[in-house]
Ligand binder design. Structure first.
Ligand SMILES: Cc1cc2nc3c(=O)[nH]c(=O)nc-3n(C[C@H](O)[C@H](O)[C@H](O)COP(=O)(O)OP(=O)(O)OC[C@H]3O[C@@H](n4cnc5c(N)ncnc54)[C@H](O)[C@@H]3O)c2cc1C
Length: 503
């Protein structure tokens, strides 16, 4: 006989991961489930994580959240791209969301562009990406392009205040029935044979029982690491930055609809403009840069005065050997960490939540679901790891840190991908890869890796026709961007938290 007792899901941790998970679970699981969340104000959250990628819009929309209300509640700004400055000697480029150019039947745009480059009639890739052109002009628009027949709609994401987002989702989740317990998890109770968790013991002699536990306790990994003893796969030989300092500064006059990632002698520095302040941070390798020197570099690179002292964070790039062990699934920082160079961590939470909902065990046999979950989670992180590693490897800087990166062996899949691009202009997108061909294209080209060939179909039209085609796309992009609203004006109309958004 089927059990009528509710299936109890316990979320441990109330940072971005915990509240995203609780909000989604309560939204999508109906009667028959209970969701509770444990968090400790005394421990607090990591307090960073402000730049996102466009998929976050789907998450918010699936919860029925009004976008303008969310932008206002989280002091958000809009994000069209990430600008990379100083990663090579030739300066700067953007990884913009969305399309670059227009494919021609079977022929991917990159081949037409490569032919154009070979003929000397093409501009840098940036001119052919609407998001890139709009971002550089500090412009923003949502909805179909004016020339919708030819140009795509611009995908966008947000920069937001992570603390305010967690608060926003907490209100959402509690209003729909999630029960919050404030307190520190001091011990866990495990069942005999399979070693599954039965309950969390909180300070004050409280016991929270559950059937499934989501470990969202951040770097503490209180359940997956401490209780279940699952190890950590260290990727620092590929991504050696192991420290960060984060500091807010006064609201930027240059209110850009993009994140900036500026390379320095032993890592890079981020700049994330929000409505009420700018989020800044420096990511570095402690083998190459002292904490004091990092703090000095961070503060020297701010546009506006700092609003607080820099806050230190330590991490090791890598992932949990298994994100799901027994009846514990790790989400967020408890499941692994890849530095925020491509703003992927919050997305990894989102996709883990989708996977939890899809593979939710209930009364079913756990092992096959768990194996599938773990395979998919590993693959997803490995692809992102490769994408980040590419940024570091393909550099022509002179400092010891960067020379080391250039000489370090690459993960196998990445080495093959680079070789394929170099020889043929092809991009092999592997299963589970979050990043599109066009994302890889922008970073491969932006980091200065030249393709020596292109598809033979791109050789068919005469050079003049290629030039005309490329010129048309560039002109349409420029014209479309010119009629968009300035970013600050757009925020004022769509989610201003107060009347005084930087002009
Ligand atoms: C330097 C840096 C920059 C980043 N930038 C970005 C970015 O731009 N974009 C992006 O997508 N991501 C970014 N991230 C990642 C992002 O911050 C995290 O993915 C996100 O904040 C989720 O964190 P979390 O909820 O897993 O952990 P946390 O925010 O640390 O939350 C952990 C929760 O668990 C609770 N907890 C822990 N132990 C216990 C216990 N024993 N008992 C009870 N409660 C407990 C804490 O109180 C807290 O509520 C960045 C991370 C770092 C380190």
């Amino acid at each position: 006989m089927a059990s009528t007792a509710p299936y109890r899901i316990v979320v441990a941790g109330g940072g971005t991961a915990g509240w995203m998970a609780a909000a989604a679970l309560v939204r999508f699981l109906g009667a028959g489930f209970t969701v509770s969340l444990v968090e400790s104000d005394a421990i607090g959250t990591v307090g960073v994580g402000e730049a996102t990628i466009p998929q976050i819009r789907m998450f918010n929309a699936s919860l029925g959240i009004d976008e303008d209300a969310f932008v206002a509640a989280t002091q958000a700004s809009y994000k069209l791209a990430i600008e990379f400055v100083g990663w090579t000697k030739s300066g700067r480029y953007m990884h913009a969301f969305g399309e670059v150019g227009r494919d021609n039947g079977l022929l991917a745009f990159r081949h037409t562009w490569l032919r154009g480059m070979a003929e000397g009639v093409a501009e840098p890739l940036a001119a052919y990406a609407l998001n890139n052109v709009a971002a550089l002009g500090n412009r923003m628009q949502r909805g179909p392009a004016r020339t919708a027949r030819v140009l795509p709609e611009m995908p966008y994401a947000f920069h937001f205040d992570a603390g305010l987002y967690a608060r926003f989702l907490r209100d959402y989740a509690e209003a729909r029935g999630v029960v919050r317990h404030e307190g520190r998890i001091e011990a866990v109770a495990r069942a005999g044979e399979d070693g599954n968790l039965q309950a969390l013991h909180l300070d004050g002699d409280r016991r929270i029982e559950g059937d499934l536990f989501l470990d969202c306790t951040g770097f503490h990994a209180r359940l997956i690491g401490e209780a279940m003893g699952v190890g950590y796969r260290d990727w620092s030989h590929w991504l050696p930055c192991d420290r960060a300092l984060a500091v807010p500064s006064a609201r930027a006059r240059d209110f850009t609809p993009y994140t900036r990632a500026t390379a320095h002698g032993a890592g890079w520095q981020w700049r994330i403009p929000l409505q009420h302040r700018t989020g800044n941070g420096i990511v570095y390798s402690s083998r190459h840069l002292s904490d004091d020197a990092a703090a000095a570099a961070l503060l020297a690179g701010l546009d506006e005065p700092a609003l607080a002292d820099p806050r230190p964070l330590r991490f090791t790039a890598g992932r949990r050997e298994q994100c799901w062990a027994g009846n514990v699934i790790a989400l967020g920082l408890a499941s692994g960490f890849l530095e925020p160079l491509e703003s992927t961590s919050i997305h990894l939470i989102q996709s883990a939540i989708e996977r939890v909902l899809t593979l939710l065990p209930g009364a079913r046999a756990i092992a096959p679901l768990r194996n599938r979950y773990n395979r998919q989670a590993a693959q997803e992180m490995e692809r992102i790891r490769d994408f980040l590693t590419l940024h570091y490897w393909a550099n022509d800087r002179d400092e010891p840190f960067w020379r080391e990166r250039r000489e370090a062996p690459l993960p196998d899949g990445l080495a093959e991908k680079i070789a394929l691009w170099r020889a043929s202009g092809e991009i092999d997108r592997e299963d589970g890869d979050l990043f599109s061909d066009v994302a890889w294209l922008q970073v491969l080209a932006g980091q200065g890796i030249a393709a020596e060939g292109h598809h033979p179909l791109a050789d068919a039209p005469p050079a003049a026709q290629i030039a005309e085609y490329l010129d048309l796309i560039a002109k349409l992009n420029a014209r479309e961007a010119a009629q968009m609203a300035p970013h600050s004006e757009f925020v004022r109309a769509h989610g201003a938290a107060d009347a005084e958004i930087a002009a």
